[in-house]
Design a protein around this ligand. Structure first.
Ligand code: KG4
Ligand code: ZN
Length: 352
C-alpha cells in the first residue's frame, strides 16, 4: 500500500468490482461534490448454484469470468465510464478463484488507463453500504455500532471513524446467513435460504417450536449458530414425513428458527449499545434484508433508548454489490491509500 503525493489529485469517480462469492457486480460511484451511484449492474449466479444446493466455488469462478468482462464493458461504455479515475476491487474475504477474476480485471484496467487501484475488504464494503443512503449520511456520526450479518459472517463492529474499527464479537462457527441457508436446505426450500425462510415465516407462529438461543446470555459479543443448526435438524427429523409436508409445519418451523436467530442478534446488539453508547446503529449484510429483523431491532432500540438512529442499506444493496465496494474504496482513497497494480492479490481469509 502506498500513499498519495501531496500534489496528486484525489480520485472521485470510482469503478467498483465485486466477485467474491456468487454475484458479479460492477458499479461507478461519484464521490465528488455529492455521492451518487452513476451506474450499477449485478449479475446473480443464484439460479445456477441453487441447482447444487449451495455455492460451488469452481462454478462461481467460471461464471465470474463469463460475466465480468461484459459488465465492465457496459460500465466503461456508459457516459459515466468516460471519466473514471480509480478502480476499487474486492480483495477478500471470499472464494480465492472468484476474487482473482475481479482483481485481474481491475488491475488490467488500472494498468491500461493509468488509474489508481485500491483493494477493498468485502466486509468494509458491507459497512459502507449503509453510507450510500443520503439520509444515513446526514446522521453518520461516530462511534457507530454495526451488526454485520451475511452468509459468511456475523460480527458486531464498533466504527470509531472511517476505516477505524474494533470488532467486538464474531461468530465462532456458523454465520447467521448459514443458519438460514442450512435450515432452508433441510426443509426443502432450496438456496439461498434467507428469503425463502422469511417468506414462510410471515404466515408462521414464531413460538410453535422452542429452539435454543445459543450464547445469547454469554458475556462476550461472540455468536454461535451451530448448536441451533443441530437442534433444528433433530426436531425436523423427529417429525413424520406427512407432518413435514404440511404448509403450516413449514411456516411455523421457519418462523420459529427465524425468531431464534433474531432474538440472539437483537439481544447482543442492545447489550453492545448499553456498553458502548454509539451515536447510531447500522445493520448490514444479506441477512439485514430480513424485514422482521429490522422491525424487531428498531422496536428494541426504541424501547432501550429512543435517541439512537437505526440505519440500513437501500433495497437491493443488502446483499453483495459493487456500489458498496466503490464506497469503501472511496473511504480508503480519501485517506490517501492506494495499491500498486503489480502487487495486488486476493486475500481469501482477510478479516476486518
Ligand atoms: O451479504 P451476502 O449477499 O453474502 C455474503 O457476503 O455472505 O449475504 C448472503 C446471505 C445468505 O445467507 C442469504 O440467505 C441471506 O444473506 N439473506 C437473508 C435474506 N436475504 C438474504 N437472510 C434472511 N432474510 C432475508 N430476507
Ligand atoms: Zn457479502
Amino acid at each position: 500500500m502506498t500513499s498519495y503525493g501531496k500534489r496528486e489529485k484525489m480520485p472521485h469517480r470510482i469503478l467498483g468490482i465485486e466477485t467474491s462469492c456468487d454475484e458479479t457486480s460492477v458499479a461507478i460511484l461519484d464521490v465528488g461534490s455529492r455521492v451518487k451511484i452513476l451506474h450499477h449492474d449485478i449479475a446473480s449466479q443464484i439460479d445456477v448454484h441453487a441447482l447444487y444446493g449451495g455455492v460451488v466455488p469452481e462454478v462461481a469462478a467460471r461464471l465470474h469470468v463469463a460475466e465480468t468482462v461484459s459488465l465492465i464493458d457496459r460500465a466503461l461504455s456508459s457516459k459515466a465510464g468516460q471519466t473514471i479515475d480509480a478502480v476499487a476491487v474486492t480483495q477478500g474475504p471470499g472464494l480465492a478463484t472468484a476474487l482473482r477474476v475481479g482483481i485481474e480485471a481491475g488491475r488490467a484496467i488500472a494498468f491500461a488507463k493509468e488509474l489508481s487501484i485500491i483493494g477493498v475488504n468485502h466486509l468494509e464494503g458491507h459497512l459502507a453500504s449503509a453510507w450510500l443512503v443520503p439520509e444515513n449520511r446526514r446522521r453518520w456520526v461516530f462511534p457507530i455500532l454495526t451488526l454485520l450479518v451475511s452468509g459468511g459472517h456475523s460480527e458486531l463492529v464498533l466504527m470509531k471513524d472511517f476505516c477505524s474499527y474494533r470488532v467486538l464479537g464474531r461468530s465462532r462457527d456458523d454465520a447467521a446467513g448459514e443458519a438460514f441457508d442450512k435450515t432452508a436446505k433441510l426443509i426443502g426450500l432450496g438456496y439461498p435460504g434467507g428469503p425463502a425462510i422469511s417468506k414462510h415465516a410471515q404466515s408462521g407462529n414464531p413460538i410453535a417450536f422452542d429452539f435454543p438461543r445459543p450464547m445469547m446470555h454469554d458475556r462476550s459479543f461472540d455468536f454461535s449458530f451451530s448448536g441451533l443448526k443441530t437442534a433444528v435438524r433433530r426436531e425436523w427429523e423427529s417429525m413424520s414425513s406427512a407432518k413435514q409436508k404440511k404448509k403450516k409445519t413449514v411456516d411455523d418451523f421457519s418462523a420459529s428458527v427465524q425468531q431464534a436467530i433474531i432474538d440472539v442478534l437483537v439481544h447482543k446488539t442492545i447489550r453492545a449499545i448499553q456498553e458502548y453508547q454509539p451515536k447510531a446503529v447500522t445493520i448490514v449484510g444479506g441477512v439485514s434484508a430480513n424485514s422482521e429483523l429490522y422491525a424487531q431491532m428498531k422496536q428494541a432500540i426504541g424501547n432501550e433508548n429512543g435517541r439512537t438512529f437505526l440505519m440500513a442499506p437501500a433495497r437491493g444493496l443488502h446483499t453483495d454489490n459493487a456500489a458498496m465496494i466503490a464506497a469503501a474504496g472511496a473511504w480508503r482513497l480519501q485517506k490517501g491509500e492506494r495499491h500498486d497494480w503489480r502487487k495486488i492479490d486476493a486475500k481469501p481469509e482477510w478479516d476486518l
